[in-house]
Write a protein that binds this ligand. Sequence first.
Ligand code: NIG
Ligand code: FE
Length: 410
Amino acid sequence: MLDTLLINIGQLLTMNHGEKPLKGEAMGRLPRIENGAVGIKDGRFAFVGSMEEAKQLKAEKVVDCMGRIVSPGLIDPHTHVVFGGSREHEISLKLQGVPYLEILKRGGGIYSTVQATKQLSVEELKRKAKGHLDRMLSYGVTTAEAKSGYGLDRKTEWKQLQVIQMLQQEHPIDLVPTFLGAHALPKEYEGNAAAFLQSMIQILPELKGMAEFVDIFCETGVFTVEEARAYLQKAKQFGFHVKMHADEIHSIGGTEAAVELGAASADHLCGASEKGIEMLAASDTIAVLLPGTTFYLNKDRYAKARSLITAGAAVALATDFNPGSCPTENIQLIMSLALLKLKMTPEEIWNAVTVNAAHAIHRGSSAGQIQVGRFADAVLWDAHHYAYIPYHFGVNHAGTVWKHGKVVYQ
Ligand code: NIG
Ligand code: FE
C-alpha cells in the first residue's frame, strides 16, 4: 500500500538522465512519460511509470492530476537568502545611473546589507530568512544553496551559517551551505586584501560541518583573479569544495581560474571569454547562469548560454536571490528570462533548474529527478505543457509541492 499515488499526469518530467551532469546537446533532451503516475511511500518515490502500469496500485491517498504536469522539486543553486534589511533606498542612485560597483565603493550595496545583518540576532535573521524560503518553496523550489557573506567578520559570518544550519533542520527546503566571507573587502582592510583573506582563511577550520562550499566575489574593485585563486586553493586544502562569482560585470578571467581550480560551479559568467567557455565545456565545472541579476542591474550583456551549450558546457540556472542585485525568490521568473534573454529552449531550461542545478551543489545523485528510491520531492503544476511555465511569465504556476513525500505547499 502506497502513501500517495498521483494519477493522470499529462507530462511526467522524470528527468531520468542518470548520474552525470548534462553537457551541451544532451541538455536538449527531456525524459518524460506522457499520461504517467507516481507512487510515494515513506517519503520516497516507490513507483514511476505509465497509467497503464499503475492500474493495480493501491494508496492511502490518490491525487488526480487531471492531465497536468509533474516535475521534480526545483533546485536553486545560488542564493544569498540570509541577510538583514533591504536596499530600496538605493534605487534612486541606481536610476541616476550610478553603477552597482560604484554604489559599493561609496559604502552602500553589500556594505549596507552587512551593517543591517550585524544588527540582527540569530532569531531575527532566521525569521526573515524563513519568510524568503517560504516564498521560494511556493514557487516549487525544494533544494537550495544558501550563502553567508553579509558579515565579513568571524562573528557575523558564523551567525549566518548558524541560521542556515537551523533552517536546514526546521524548513522543508534542503539547504546547502556556502561560506562567502570573501564577498567584499571591509573598509578597515582597504589596500590590504591579502590580510583580510588571511583572516577568512583562519576561520575555515571552524567552519567544517557548517559550510560545504567556499565562494568568493571575483570582480574588478573587489577581489582579483590572483587573490581568488590563492584563497580558493587554501579552501580546498582545508577540505572544502569551491565556487566562484566569476566574470559577472567585467571580463577578468574568473571563468578560467574557476575551471583550473576544479570549482563545482562558476557563476554569473556574463563576461566569460571564448577561452573560458571552451575550458568550461572541457571540464566538470557547472556554468550557473543568473539572468535575473543581469535584468535587475539593467544590463544588456547576458551570459552567452547558447555559446556555452554549443561548446558543450553544462548550464544550470539560479535566482541569485539577494537584497541588491536580484531581489526575487521567483525561480519561474528566472526560467522566463532564460527563455527570452538567454535563448535557452524549454527543455534546456527544465534540465538547468533540476539535474544540472543539483550537480552545481553536489546533489546530482539525490535530487533533481523523479526516480524510484529517491526522496519524493515533486511539484504538480497548474499547466498542461512544460513550455507553458517559462512562457507565461511573472506569475506562480506551482500547484502542490511535496518534500520527502509530504505536501508542503498547496
Ligand atoms: O551575486 N555579486 C556579488 N554578490 C551578489 C550580490 C550581493 C548584493 O548586492 O548584496 C551577486 O550578485
Ligand atoms: Fe551571488
